[in-house]
Design a protein around this ligand. Structure first.
Ligand code: NAD
Ligand code: MG
Length: 388
């Protein structure tokens, strides 16, 4: 059976930056992958276009007011159309695909991903917030269900690739690289005036709006430290952040003999996406190759923790554990969306997150319900602070 080797993919968040790049990878490899599920929040026109091209089994539009339009547009196709948040979870549990690409942004990705894990699906994880919010429960469920979680985030993909073949060798520490974002080297007197347009211009990567702001504040690196803790079962002191503006070294692993492995390449998210979809295979492609003669200096430096205080807050959440990262994540999502709508200043985002972290009740060993409640409480508190 020729089809037996085809991996059936469900793309959750197919209209986003990661989702569209994943579809490019799949379109280039029709002998290896098929698309069975496409989902989007509100961008129904792109979702319809994708569904016509890739002929998935199921399409989900979260915004229910757009259901009729999507259904009508796909009426003559074989794709089934569902709408609403709950449908995401239900479809994630369906017996129609092998691997979920978790590419929804933010907390909204948690429940569908948990549903897929519970149904035994392999996960290619772009949605780092899922691990930040409830990493212990997600990883424990994946372990119980024997489900692999393959990172898509470029740094974590790098670490994952460095660890292939090293199962018996303990990690001494990981070196998580950060570009530094568009405001590298800037001080608070500059940052106080920056607006969404500046924050959305990342030097090395083109990404969705939320992660672009997170990269500008360095919250993204904080989220990634917590993501790494859960993915690779690390203690906080085993995670070091290095500012590496060239974004050629995607991250490194240091072993107990002091030897360090790095994974490198040009910054292109299609590489970690392709690796996660095809793992354990590598797929040939003809993307531009890295010419080291064009990168004569690769530099590494300490982050400016005093200026980029979100990173300091994330390290506090990493150290304290419990529901603190969940609270921080919720406040951050509210703050970032307020900043994107010009309702909150760049530096004020940190104050909202810090106060929310102090205010919402700390729980050392939360249940899933308690994580969901903490998320809700933190959102309410942060929104009240901003007067949204
Ligand atoms: P994006 O904003 O471009 O796309 C998000 C996708 O999720 C869209 O398809 C959107 O319709 C859907 N979505 C948004 N809100 C939703 C909701 N409430 N319910 C259901 N669906 C919803 O985001 P992105 O940049 O592609 O990032 C996706 C995830 O991948 C994020 O967690 C991000 O941190 C992570 N990531 C992205 C990059 C990148 O280069 N873009 C790199 C590493 C990690
Ligand atoms: Mg990353």
């Amino acid at each position: 059976n020729a089809n037996a080797s085809i991996k059936r993919i469900g793309i959750f968040g197919s209209t986003g930056s990661i989702g569209t790049q994943a579809l490019d990878v799949i379109a280039a490899n029709p002998d290896k992958f098929s698309v069975e599920i496409l989902t989007a929040n509100g961008n129904e026109d792109l979702l319809i276009e994708q569904a016509i091209k890739f002929k998935p089994n199921v399409v989900v539009i979260c915004d229910e007011s757009k259901y009729a339009k999507v259904r009508e547009a796909l009426a003559s196709s074989d794709s089934k159309v569902f709408a609403g948040e709950k449908a995401l979870e239900e479809v994630a549990g369906m017996d129609i695909y092998d691997l979920m690409l978790a590419a929804i942004v933010g907390y909204a990705g948690l429940k569908p991903t948990l549903s897929a894990i519970n149904a035994g699906k392999a996960i290619a994880l772009a949605n780092k917030e899922t691990l930040v919010v409830a990493g212990d429960i997600v990883m424990q469920t994946a372990f119980q269900k024997r489900v692999p979680i393959i990172p898509v985030d470029s740094e974590h993909s790098a670490i994952f690739q460095c660890l292939v073949g090293e199962t018996r060798n303990p990690v001494e520490k990981i070196l998580l690289t950060a570009s530094g974002g568009p405001f590298l080297g800037r001080k608070p007197n500059y940052l106080v005036n920056v607006k969404r347009e500046h924050a959305l211009q990342h030097p090395n990567w083109s990404m969705g709006a939320k992660i672009s702001v997170d990269s500008a504040t360095l919250m993204n690196k904080g989220l990634e430290m917590i993501e790494a803790k859960w993915l690779f079962n690390l203690r906080p002191e085993q995670i070091e952040v290095l500012i590496h503006p060239q974004s050629i070294v995607h991250s490194m692993v240091q072993f107990e003999d002091g030897s360090i492995k790095a994974q490198m390449g040009l910054p292109d998210m299609k590489l970690p996406i392709q690796y996660a979809l095809a793992f354990p295979q590598r797929i040939q492609n003809s993307y531009p190759r890295c010419d080291f003669k064009k990168f004569k200096t690769l530099t590494f430096d300490e982050p400016d923790y005093r200026t980029f205080r979100n990173l300091t807050l994330a390290i506090e959440a990493l150290n304290k554990g419990g529901n603190l990262a969940c609270i921080m994540n919720a406040a951050n999502e509210i703050a970032v969306y307020a900043f994107l709508r010009n309702k909150l200043g760049f530096l004020d985002m940190t104050d909202v997150i810090e106060h929310t972290m102090q205010k919402v009740k700390f729980i050392q060993q939360p249940t899933l319900e308690e994580y969901l409640d903490s998320d809700g409480e933190a959102r309410t508190y942060a929104a009240e602070m901003i007067k949204l």
